[in-house]
Design a protein around this ligand. Sequence first.
Ligand SMILES: C[S@@+](CC[C@H](N)C(=O)[O-])C[C@H]1O[C@@H](n2cnc3c(N)ncnc32)[C@H](O)[C@@H]1O
Length: 205
Amino acid sequence: MDAAAWDARYAAAPLVWSAGPNAFVERDLADLTPGTALDLACGEGRNARWLASRGWRVTALDWSPVALEKGRRLAEESDPPVEVDWVVGDVLSAPLPTSLDLVVVAYLQLPAAERRTALRRAWEALAPGGTLHVVAHDSTNLREGTGGPQDAAVLYTAADVLDDLGTEAGLEVVHADRVERLVPAADGHGPAGTAYDALVHVRRR
Ligand SMILES: C[S@@+](CC[C@H](N)C(=O)[O-])C[C@H]1O[C@@H](n2cnc3c(N)ncnc32)[C@H](O)[C@@H]1O
């Protein structure tokens, strides 16, 4: 999907993703000391707004202006309002902030070569001691799980992320696993399904 297709998707519904943060982002990052953060491919900014509400100074970047406008409005309407620096840009080429304490990449689904570029850029944006948190639909979700993209070319595993980052870079792995996420039934009534995500939480030494 290109930026225009994402814009159309975001324009078609009041909220495409959840209002609150991703559960793994919340679980893993709630205890970090707030500093500077980048939410890369932020969509409507659910993670960016949550981080900002916890005292982080957040830049939220996505190539969909429609998504960012929704994020900006939700940030203003929060009680209390939160401040986020919303930036329209391509994860492959936009200038990124530097010396960050945290980069969050949630459900960025790109073909392997582009994914590697985006993740390496995210890694390079970190200060020593900074954290990179990546959550994505796992490759195994296609056959074993519920929902998510149905194109195997844009799915990946935690091992793929570590391979993208390389081991020479002074990388400390907090965890790198496949994790389960419960997905409510589409009609809100039937049994919930299980989705499989790739989850990588690493620190830059
Ligand atoms: C599945 S959504 C996830 C949004 C958000 N991270 C979240 O978890 O709520 C994927 C996002 O990636 C963005 N995206 C995809 N390719 C991109 C690119 N090359 N540059 C910037 N954003 C991109 C889309 O616009 C979309 O908002």
